[in-house]
Design a binder for this molecule. Structure first.
Ligand code: HMG
Ligand code: MG
Length: 314
């Protein structure tokens, strides 16, 4: 029997903010966001990415974010890297700012289940991306970092439609073999239904144990919370979510943000599940709701978390 403890990976400062069209949030504010999330009990937070600023201008300044945030022991502040250059830049930063604990102990690498999406996101095919990422993962591991993998477009692709779940399985397996401790399955478009999610996980888990998988759902069609529950039903215990439902995807036109962290926390109340965290052993819902409003207002708008809005309206 699997544990009923659910782990949240808070991706708001990276996946959320990378696609916010409004004002670009300065590094000191992003660092404050990261710190507030950790204060609310979050133990896994994606702090930013070392990608080309020409491709994703919102993520420029991630080095500053890493330096300015508080580094709390036991908290993983993951950084997304697309290639060797991104990893090298991060390793240079870590050696120039040597401290204990280090500014981060984790990188995320990413590819996708279709060539069309991989080209849009990484400017190469799936096979090329895996070839490029293999030494990146190796070097990260050799330098004491843990590595998380992402597969995008696991249900539907904005360029080619319905995705072949066998391809998701193969790519997830390769990421695991590269040394990823976990592979996050991304419904990038936010178009998946709970039944499709379960079918996809059933296929992937033929080769990869569900304990090594995470669910990453965007809420474009309003199914993200249902998809989280479907993924938990299928045995997944790690969920990526974004405070305030921030974000979208720069290479998936029309896609909305990740499932809101507040909405996941709410949906799991009075359930067989407990959410891991350091605020009284969990993540504090009302604090997360406040953070969702705070950062949304910095972006010049309201929180799009349904739970955040309901709490505020009381
Ligand atoms: P490219 O143009 O093929 O690369 O892009 P290049 O090697 O020819 O380099 C082009 C320029 O970028 C050069 O600069 C490089 O130096 C620079 P120039 O000579 O023109 O001045 N460069 C870099 N700069 C900073 N950091 C780097 C870096 N690498 C090269 N690491 C590349 C290839 C991979 C760089 C590009 O495609 C890229 O940056 N892609 C990242 C896209 C991205 O961040 N997407 C969003 C994250 S994935 C996601 O959101 C999905 C996820 O949430 C799950 C889901 O929902 O599905 C994870
Ligand atoms: Mg995403």
């Amino acid at each position: 029997s699997s544990s009923n403890v659910v782990n949240i990976v808070e991706v708001g400062p990276r996946d959320g903010l990378q696609n916010e069209k409004g004002s670009v949030i300065p590094p000191e504010l992003k660092a404050e966001l990261v710190d507030r999330l950790v204060q609310a009990g979050v133990t896994n937070v994606e702090a930013g990415s070392f990608v080309s600023p020409k491709w994703v201008p919102q993520m420029a300044g991630t080095a500053e974010v890493l330096k300015r945030k508080t580094t709390k022991p036991g908290v993983h502040y993951a950084v997304l890297v697309p290639n060797q250059r991104g990893l090298d830049d991060l390793l240079t930063l870590l050696s120039s700012e040597s401290q204990s604990p280090p500014l981060t102990d984790e990188v995320s690498i990413f590819t996708a289940a279709t060539d069309a999406f991989t080209r849009a996101n990484l400017n190469c095919s799936i096979t090329e991306s895996l070839t490029r990422l293999t030494p990146v993962a190796r070097t990260a591991l050799d330098n004491g970092l843990r590595v998380r993998g992402y597969v995008s477009v696991v249900i539907a692709c904005p360029y080619t439609g319905k995705v072949d779940y066998k391809r998701v399985r193969e790519v997830a397996k390769e990421l695991l073999e590269m040394g990823c401790y976990e592979v996050s399955l991304g419904d990038t478009v936010g178009q998946g239904t709970p039944f499709e999610v379960q079918e996809m996980i059933a296929e992937v888990s033929k080769d990869v144990p569900v304990s090594k998988l995470a669910g990453h759902f965007h809420d474009t069609f309003g199914t993200a919370v249902a998809n989280v529950l479907a993924a938990l039903d299928s045995g997944i215990r790690t969920i990526d979510s974004s405070v305030g439902g921030l974000g979208g995807c720069p290479y998936s036109p029309g896609a909305t943000g990740n499932v809101a962290t507040e909405d996941v926390l709410y949906a799991l109340q009075n359930s067989p599940y407990t959410v891991a965290g350091t605020s009284n052993g969990t993540i504090d819902l009302s604090q997360m709701s406040d953070i969702g409003w705070w950062i949304s207002e910095k972006l010049g708008r309201e929180s799009v978390s349904r739970v955040g809005r309901a709490i505020r309206a009381r």
